[in-house]
Design a protein around this ligand. Structure first.
Ligand SMILES: Cc1cc2nc3c(=O)[nH]c(=O)nc-3n(C[C@H](O)[C@H](O)[C@H](O)COP(=O)(O)OP(=O)(O)OC[C@H]3O[C@@H](n4cnc5c(N)ncnc54)[C@H](O)[C@@H]3O)c2cc1C
Length: 375
């Protein structure tokens, strides 16, 4: 068994690492946290030129590479605590169009996503954030070639920066098995859409999006009417594994910062890293980072190969989330008081890791999925 990256993946890793080191220094991160849209247009253009927006999309739509290449890049983005609508557009929105879109829809949306011209987000969760079809209350009714949407979506990522919103809405009675839901692509400028930014812990941009009699053509339905949840489930698996990759990057960089600090911080005449208590903490952090990486790449590889990955994806998200919490706790312990300050970067990493943990289904959701698989 070879657990290493292949030549192309190593190239992507180096490319992304060098690019982000140059274009996404800490001051950009701090600016993005405060920026309303969290998206710098010049940075976006450069990312599009590098074809990062087309990662994991087929070549015929302007894409390049596969899901594992995307995972490698997302790990690098985690290392710099990258903010912006990349994840919502490439790892989730484009994945939904690939999973459920017909030829016409793919041709219409994917080339613009791949070239960086269009951003797309998935509006899934509502007041009951359960990642279950039954929790959806937003309704859409078919009216002569159109669907009319009414309802309120919560925690919609990067809605302000999106050109299109993929809305999950109810079109029929819930049957407990996911039927009765439909995914429909809506132009963000359609009359009747209003959005309000929500306060978030890590500076990521989440919105409340209200749909009031919003129209969208029936041609924009992804997959089949009433069977949209099948697409959502596929997308959630990818999104969760992609989030794991981001968390691996966050944890790796927090470990790197902690090792540097343990070597330079002198207490009682020695660097604190000379003390066994600190060494053991750092070794435990390393085990968690490496374990997280293996769990993530195993699940990602199965998805990339088109194999069933329900178990691996849920196990990876549950494992990585908890491992990441341990890593962040240790990082703060070793950093002492400095890690609590606003000026230090560590708090961005800790907060982002928590945000990653909860998005697309937190620990409880993943454990419930695993339990259901072994019923
Ligand atoms: C919210 C907050 C409020 C504060 N308010 C005040 C205040 O009002 N006044 C004030 O004076 N200070 C204040 N502090 C600072 C506080 O006293 C320090 O955070 C605390 O003493 C830790 O010191 P340090 O950051 O220098 O960590 P360090 O002493 O550098 O410790 C860093 C890490 O190294 C470990 N370590 C250190 N020495 C050894 C050793 N010999 N062997 C093994 N491990 C070791 C520690 O356990 C820790 O994990 C405050 C801190 C916080 C977070």
């Amino acid at each position: 068994m070879d657990f290493g990256l292949n030549e192309q993946q190593e190239m992507m890793q180096t490319l992304a690492r060098d690019f982000l080191a140059g274009e996404y220094p800490n001051k950009v991160l701090k600016a993005m946290v405060k920026d309303e849209k969290g998206c710098a247009p010049e940075l976006w253009e450069k990312m599009a030129e590098m074809n990062l927006m087309g990662l994991s999309l087929p070549e015929e739509y302007g894409g390049v590479g596969d899901f594992l290449d995307l995972i490698v890049v997302l790990e690098e983005m985690g290392r710099v605590c990258f903010l912006g609508p990349y994840f919502s557009t490439v790892a989730v929105g484009a994945a939904a169009i690939m999973a459920g879109g017909n030829k016409e829809q793919r041709e219409k949306y994917l080339p613009d996503i791949a070239s960086g011209k269009a951003n797309v987000t998935l509006a899934l969760t509502e007041r009951k954030v359960e990642y279950e079809a039954d929790a959806l209350q937003t309704m859409t009714i078919s009216r002569g070639g159109y669907f009319v949407i009414n309802g309120t979506k919560l925690f919609v990522p990067d809605a302000q920066a999106a050109d299109f919103i993929i809305c999950a809405a109810r079109t029929g009675e819930s049957n407990g098995g996911g039927d009765g839901t439909t995914l429909i692509i809506v132009d963000r400028n359609e009359p009747g859409i209003t959005m309000r930014p929500l306060k978030t812990v890590s500076g990521e941009k989440l919105y409340e999006v209200i749909f009031e009699n919003v129209k969208s053509s029936a041609r924009n339905v992804l997959g089949e009417v009433n069977h949209g949840w099948r697409i959502v489930e596929k997308v959630l698996q990818r999104a969760n594994v992609a989030r794991c990759a981001e968390m691996v990057g966050l944890a790796q960089q927090s470990l790197n910062m902690t090792l540097d600090y343990a070597k330079e911080r002198i207490a009682f005449g020695h660097p604190i890293g000379a003390f066994q208590a600190i060494q053991h903490r750092c070794a435990d952090m390393l085990i968690d980072v490496e374990g997280s990486r293996f769990a993530t790449y195993q699940a990602a590889w199965r998805l990339n190969e088109g194999l069933d990955a329900a178990k691996e994806a849920a196990a990876a998200k549950a494992w990585v989330s908890r491992a990441c919490r341990r890593v962040m706790t240790s990082a703060h312990q070793v950093h002492g008081a400095i890690g609590f300050t606003e000026d230090h970067l560590l708090h961005y990493y800790t907060k982002r890791a928590l945000a990653c943990e909860f998005s697309y289904g937190g620990n409880d959701v993943q454990l419930a999925k695993l339990a259901a698989l072994y019923k």
